[in-house]
Write a protein that binds this ligand. Structure first.
Ligand code: MG
Length: 393
């Protein structure tokens, strides 16, 4: 039987060194909050029964918004988040206590701001914890290290060959690290290796990874963005077009918003032409057919369906392929209803369903100057374009 391995991602910090009102783990990086990349990398690397993220109580909304941007596989792997404490040590303790009933064999404790952990690194961490009980990934020092006093005077030059720079995930036998945290006398230990050491355990190092960097400064964030963007560097554009006819009614669904009108749009689902055109644009960019292929009109399940379902599915397909939606642009063609008063509500709803920022959505409208079927007020037509970025094949 493979060992039961739990994962704690520590994301309760305030990110003081990076500044700004939003903690760094929630700052946007390559189209999504940084923490999303960390969660995706870890949950892709190993099938954890439940990955627990420790968050600051003030960050619940930021966390929920970030989780909404995860692929469904990564979101499924997450347990309910745990609230952290005043220090990193306290936060990890809360995470460990939340797992005490489940009693996993091994626990990995990882920084929320390290988005580059590889599958190989996670495998080494688990192996090292099984072998030693307490182990941390480390890399050789490339810079010479000096110890200085409070005036900046060098007081020691430790031999570089014996020094290591320590990363996460730090890996432990669960009972060992839980007990070490419970009996820790000090509250200011900056990593879990120090907690294990304080409890008298030998902690071993295993091979870390120079790519497994931590985002601490704004420069780190930009570098991480460049590396993550390279992963999804192939830009693709898709188009979508849809038409629905008017029928007697009292409102039309457009862009996920119900607009009062003296007619409705006729269709198998809620007939939201805008969401249909956008979903088709995304499927087109992916090369994955169209809305009818994924949700056949012959299937009674989609009768009267909320079209948000279709757009959410298309957006999920982008995430499942490791991509991001760069922008969505929509043009509605109709004489009425007036679109302008509802534009912002539609942009917000489209952004919400697609899991992107509102600034990445555009909603425009035009009439057809009285010409054709839209001019005769027989229905509404919609054009949409979507730009997505995918990892190269
Ligand atoms: Mg349609």
């Amino acid at each position: 039987m493979p060992p039961r391995v739990s994962l704690i991602i520590v994301a309760a910090g305030r990110g003081a060194r990076i500044g700004g009102a939003i903690p760094k783990q929630y700052l946007s990086c390559a189209g999504r909050p940084l923490i999303c990349h960390t969660i995706e990398a870890l949950t892709r690397a190993h099938e954890f029964p439940a990955a627990t993220v420790v968050i600051h109580p003030d960050d619940r909304d930021l966390y929920d918004a970030a989780v909404a941007r995860l692929s469904s596989d990564a979101a499924r792997a997450l347990a309910t988040p745990v609230f952290g404490g005043a220090t990193r040590q306290h936060s990890v303790r809360n995470g460990l206590e939340s797992l005490a009933d489940a009693m996993p064999e091994i626990v990995l404790i990882h920084d929320g701001a390290r988005p580059f952990a590889s599958r190989e690194l996670i495998a080494r961490a688990i192996e090292a914890a099984l072998l030693h009980g307490a182990a941390v990934p480390a890399t050789p020092m490339t810079d010479t290290v000096k110890q200085v006093d409070s005036e900046g005077r060098i007081v020691a030059s430790p031999e570089r060959a014996s020094l290591r720079a320590v990363q996460t995930p730090q890996a432990f036998r669960f009972d060992l690290i839980l007990e070490a945290h419970r009996k820790a006398a000090r509250a200011d230990l900056t990593d879990d290796a120090a907690v294990a050491e304080a409890a008298g355990h030998s902690v071993f190092v295993f091979d870390g990874d120079f790519n497994n960097t931590k985002v601490t400064t704004m420069l780190d964030l930009r570098e991480a963005e460049a590396r993550l963007s390279q992963d999804a560097s192939e830009v693709r554009v898709g188009q979508g077009f849809d038409v629905h006819a008017f029928a007697p009614g009292d409102g039309v669904w457009l862009g996920g918003v119900l607009i009062p009108h003296d007619k409705k749009l006729e269709g198998h689902s809620d007939a939201d032409v805008a969401l249909h055109a956008i979903a088709d644009a995304i499927y087109g960019a992916l090369g994955e057919g169209d809305i009818g292929a994924h949700f056949p009109p012959s299937d009674a399940r989609w009768r009267g369906a909320d079209s948000a379902l279709f757009l959410a599915h298309a957006a999920e397909r982008v995430r499942a392929r490791g991509g991001v939606i760069a922008n969505i642009d929509v043009t509605l063609i109709c004489e009425s209803p007036k679109i302008g008063p509802h534009r912002e509500a539609m942009r917000a709803r489209i952004a919400e369903i697609a899991g992107i920022a509102i600034g990445r959505t555009g909603v425009k409208a035009t009439t057809s100057e009285g010409l054709g079927f839209t001019g005769r007020r027989e229905g509404i037509a919609c054009l949409a374009m979507a730009t997505i970025r995918l990892p190269p094949d």
